[in-house]
Design a protein around this ligand. Structure first.
Ligand SMILES: C[S@@+](CC[C@H](N)C(=O)[O-])C[C@H]1O[C@@H](n2cnc3c(N)ncnc32)[C@H](O)[C@@H]1O
Length: 322
């Protein structure tokens, strides 16, 4: 399927001022943007690190790579792009021995991906069931919807979408695909609508009944939580002592992982509390820079509703005695 690049589509970077304030990029620093997207955060970082700085950008979506080509021609710092899953890109950078000052991830999909109707991320457009960030990847939404058994579908809708009617929706999908495979987002939306009682759908207000299931399938197709688990320690590894790492997440499954990861880095002694003296000798390897998750202001949410569920957490790497 052709991927359309429409430059009129815009992605407004979320919590951008907060990310810059807390990670505080300095002239000449080396930064890794693990989720380049349209380069919204990258542009602000590039301005701060200036001509002596280096910005390494990663994204698995070829559309992001095309945005990067324009971006690289416009900014003054040194740039490099890795077309890769972010854990793979970070592993490559670690192998090269990179010592970065800054690494950050802005998780999930971009507005451009959601608005590119032909990619099937949105329940608002009729499109083939796809939802792959990397179009070269084999597994897509069509495969999940038509090949996963009922129990596995229900578990996914429940776990990754927090969907109340997970079992009913899974049953309806299996019933419908028994006649013919579901091919399009509209067919999936129809199945979801048929499974959720009408009186409940009337209570959805501004929300869409398919929102949770679409989120769940997207997380599964792109293995978003597996990728995050793999990437967090790798992003930490490529930082020099004094380097800062930040993550913007969009739902509790992501935020929980990020919170735990930074809390573990910030923890010193792990001896049982009843021991009179420390025997583990563990020192904190990081300082958490966000005592609680930073959330968007009501003003940002009003201007950019996509930011509503965003949370930002960050930490600085500390020297640990050998
Ligand atoms: C929310 S957007 C980032 C937007 C960007 N910060 C900006 O301001 O334009 C997330 C981007 O990360 C990419 N992405 C998400 N998960 C990824 C992964 N595991 N590996 C590589 N890229 C990923 C998506 O393709 C998307 O372009």
């Amino acid at each position: 399927m052709a991927i359309l690049l429409d430059m009129t589509r815009t992605h407004v970077p979320v919590l951008a001022g907060e990310l810059i304030d807390i990670l505080d990029p300095q002239p000449g620093e080396i930064a890794v943007d693990c989720t380049f997207g349209a380069g919204g955060h990258a542009r602000l970082v590039a301005e701060r690190i200036g001509p002596a700085g280096t910005l390494i950008c990663i994204d698995r979506d070829p559309v992001a790579e095309r945005h990067f080509e324009e971006f690289a021609a416009e900014v003054q710092c040194q740039t490099r792009f890795l077309a890769a899953e972010f854990a793979t890109g970070l592993r490559e950078l670690r192998q090269e021995g990179l010592q970065a000052d800054l690494a950050y991830l802005d998780l999930g999909v971009s507005s451009m991906q959601l608005d590119a109707w032909e990619r099937g991320f949105s329940y608002s457009y009729d499109a083939p069931l796809d939802m792959r960030m990397d179009p070269d990847q084999e597994m897509d939404a069509r495969q999940v919807v038509n090949e996963w058994d009922e129990r596995r579908l229900a578990n996914a809708f429940q776990t990754y979408g927090d969907e109340r009617f997970a079992r009913q929706i899974a049953r309806e999908i299996v019933k419908r695909r028994g006649k013919a495979p579901l091919q399009s987002t509209s067919e999936l939306v129809d199945a979801i609508r048929a499974a959720i009682p009408a009186r409940v759908q009337r209570q959805f207000g501004g929300g869409h009944p398919a929102k949770r299931v679409f989120q769940a399938i997207r997380i599964v197709v792109n293995d978003e939580l597996g990728s995050l688990d793999a990437a967090l320690p790798l992003a930490w590894d490529v930082l020099r002592v004094g380097g800062r790492m930040g993550v913007i997440s969009f739902h509790s499954l992501e935020d929980r992982r990020v919170k735990r990861f930074f809390a573990d880095r910030g923890r010193g002694c792990i001896c049982p509390p009843d021991l009179p003296v420390c025997v583990c000798g563990k020192e904190p390897e990081g300082e958490v820079l966000t005592s609680r998750a930073v959330a968007p202001t009501p003003g940002e949410i009003a201007e950019n509703p996509r930011s509503k569920s965003a949370k930002f957490r960050a930490a600085r790497k500390l020297e640990v005695a050998a």
